[in-house]
Every structure is written in C-alpha cells, then in structure tokens.
Write a protein that binds this ligand. Structure first.
Ligand SMILES: *Cc1c(COP(=O)(O)O)cnc(C)c1O
Length: 399
C-alpha cells in the first residue's frame, strides 16, 4: 500500500493511566528518580524512558511528537511552543559561524527575517533564491552551504517546491534539506520525497482551532536527540518548550485533521475555479493555470486535495482592504493573519505577514500590493459563500 499519513495516525493506540481513551496529561515540570544514579544517567542522555525536566521532554509532548512523526513518516519528532520555536533551533543546530544557507525567497515572514536579519549576527549567511528553478538553487550552493531550506507550498505566493529535485541536490552536495510543510499537512509528505527534516507550525491547520500555538520538527532519532541534548541542543537551550496541556489538546485535534483538510481543499478548489472563471487573477495549486500544478500533482497524497490556501489579486491595496472589510462585515470570514481555521481568514500579505520583506524584493518575487491571501474555511455550503463573496467583489469594484 501507498503511504497514507492519516491512516498512520489512525493506527496509533494510546491509553490513559486509568485506561482512559486519551493518554493522561503529564501535569508536572519535574520528575522524581528512584535512584541518584538514574538521574545522572538521564542527564547524560543514557536512561531510556526516564523523564528529567519538562523543557527536555514530557510524556504528553512525546505522544504528540510520535503522532506527528507517524504522519510524516519519520523516525521521531520534537514539538515546540511555536512554529518559529521549531524552525530557529533546527537552523542553529545545523549551522555554525561561517556556514551558509540556500533558502527559498518566498518563505514565511518570520523565517525570512530570522535568516536575513538575525543569523548574520552569528556569522551565518543566507542566499535567497527562486526555489522553483533547480539550476538557480544549485548555482547558489557554496563550499560553506549546509542547509537547503524551503516550504513545500510557499507563503504567501503558493509556489511549489520540487522536493525530489531539491533532495537530489542536497544529497549531491551533502546538505540537509529542511522543508516547512505548514501549508500542506497530509497533502504532501516531504520526508517521503527525500526531505531530511519536516517542520510544521501546529498553530495553523494541524491544531485548526486558532486557540494555541505550537511547532514540530520531524526527523531521525539521532538529530532529534541532538536538538534535545542538555549540553548543546538548540531546542533544549533556547527553551521554546511546549506545555503538556497544549500537547494533549493538539493531539486531540490532530485526529480530525484528515476530515478538515479534505473540506478545506474541496472548498478552496471550488472557489478558485469560480474566481478564475470570473476573470480574477487567482492562484491555487489545484488550478491547471498554476505554474506548478503538475508538480504538486506528482507529489500529493491524492485524496487530500490541493490544500486550503489561495490568493486573489484585488488590483490595489485600497481595493483589497475595502473588500476584506466588507467580507468581514458580511461574516464571510475574518480579516486576520494565520490559517487553518474553520472560518475563512484573509489578509493582504504585502502589508502584514510578509511586511518583513522589503518592498523592492516583494515586487521582484511577484508579491503585488492588492494580493489577498485566503485560508478557506470549513463552510458547509460553499456555493452560498461564493455567491456572497462575488456580491462583495462587485460592490467594491474588484469584479
Ligand atoms: C505561521 C507559520 C510559521 C511560524 O509559526 P508560529 O507558530 O507562528 O511560530 C512558520 N512557517 C509557516 C509557513 C507559517 O505559516
């Protein structure tokens, strides 16, 4: 059988301390040892199954991590308090002073700011490239390059990375391929396509209720243990640990991810096709017109569709803002950043989530002022939603 991420989550079995159908929540920051020797061994990383201190690991966090590792098909995983709390330790663990990163130029604003403004202070330089052009990526690799970094579906332009092609480059030059899969959980399984480490912001689709933050890195046991090492592990030492209570609530939401992703995808495809037919400049990987439609298709786990994210160009920032305000007034969604909520969320990335990217560079990468990013919700009646959206668009002169 083909790899199916949701079946792998389904196949996990947990019991709580008293036979509960959910695992018990570990409500402790620290853990007792029966012997002083075991405590020493645990610090040295040699006591399997012993808990030390909750910044290192907790039973609840390990349950969530194992479920996410099953989903991505990696050996194990480490959860963090936020997506950035997963991304920054991975990059800092893989790179030291003098090292170089080749990154997609269309990535999450926070990741971009970290690589552009923060890591140069530590002597780590990054070349930002058009990730859809493998020859350009290869040309940017230097003797000092350690990491290839991209998002499977990029934020906010929905460019699709050729993960197999990038993995081949990573192998050729002995680099680590790190893929942020936040926009396409279940849709794409990067580790199965050759990525070394797969990262998610759990804040988005995976948790899906916009009530908490979280992050994860999925990978091999050796690297994940390195991140957690008490002496030099970036996750352990930078300290963005997830709280056990949150880990348990995210695990419960993870169980409905497949149903939600299918509905997000179905609704987004419906709207994208309609908008495009109406003559709107629409970007959605499920559209034939998307430059990477075939590539996405070749990588996807078919039944989960093309994801819940699409963009529409409203022409100008003014029109985009007026339209978003009107759609919110009509309760079609919320003018908010983030994604993966039951309700549609929309924002103009040029002036919000991607504002870290200088205007010049925004232009160069095709991020126009009037671009609206939609995270399409779980609407039961998407035809009705469409009719209402079109009426808003006509009212503000976008259509
Ligand atoms: C939101 C997001 C992040 C950052 O995650 P936080 O949970 O906000 O720290 C990283 N990458 C992508 C693609 C995102 O959408």
């Amino acid at each position: 059988m083909d790899f199916n991420p949701a079946d792998r989550i389904q196949d996990l079995q947990y019991f709580g301390e008293f036979g509960g159908v959910n695992p018990s929540i570990s409500d402790s920051s620290t853990y007792t040892f029966l012997s002083a020797k075991t405590m020493f061994d645990t610090f040295e990383g040699n006591a399997e199954g012993c808990y030390l201190y909750s910044r290192h690991s907790t039973p609840s966090n390990l349950y969530l991590g194992e479920a996410l590792a099953a989903m991505e098909g990696t050996e194990t995983a480490n959860v963090a308090a936020t997506g950035m709390g997963a991304i920054t330790p991975v990059l800092l663990q893989l790179c030291k002073q003098g090292d170089h990163v080749v990154s997609s130029r269309t990535i999450y604003g926070g990741t971009y700011a970290f690589l552009k403004n923060f890591t140069p202070r530590l002597g780590i330089e990054t070349s930002f490239v058009d990730i859809t052009k493998l020859d350009v990526v290869e040309a940017a690799i230097t003797e000092d390059t350690k990491v290839l970094y991209c998002e499977s579906v990029s934020n906010p332009l929905l460019e699709v990375a050729d993960i197999k092609g990038l993995a081949a480059l990573a192998k050729k030059y002995n680099l680590k391929l790190v893929v942020d899969n936040t926009f396409s959980p279940l849709n794409i399984s990067p580790a199965k396509l050759g990525a070394d480490y797969v990262i998610h912001s759990l804040t988005k689709f995976i948790n899906g209720s916009s009530d908490t933050m979280g992050g994860v890195v999925c990978g091999d046991l050796e690297f994940i243990n390195t991140l957690r090492n008490v002496n030099d592990g970036a996750s352990m030492l930078l300290g963005a640990a997830m709280d056990s209570l949150r880990a348990s609530s995210i695990l419960k939401n993870l169980r409905t991810l497949h149903i939600r992703v299918k509905q997000h995808s179905k609704n987004a495809l419906y709207l994208a096709q309609k908008f495009e037919n109406d003559g709107l400049k629409t970007v959605y990987p499920g559209l034939q017109s998307h430059p990477s439609h075939d590539l996405f298709k070749s990588m996807m786990n078919e039944e989960y569709g093309y994801g819940g994210m699409l963009t529409v160009d409203a022409g100008t920032l003014d029109k985009a803002n007026t339209l978003m305000e009107l759609m919110q007034e009509k309760n079609l969604g919320y003018l908010a950043v983030s994604l993966g909520f039951y309700k549609t969320l929309f924002s103009a990335p040029g002036s919000s989530t991607s504002s870290e990217i200088p205007e010049e560079e925004q232009k160069e990468m095709g991020l126009s002022d009037g671009l609206i990013r939609f995270s399409i919700g779980l609407d039961n009646n998407i035809e009705r939603t469409y009719e209402m959206m079109v009426s808003c668009m006509k009212q503000v002169g976008v259509l």
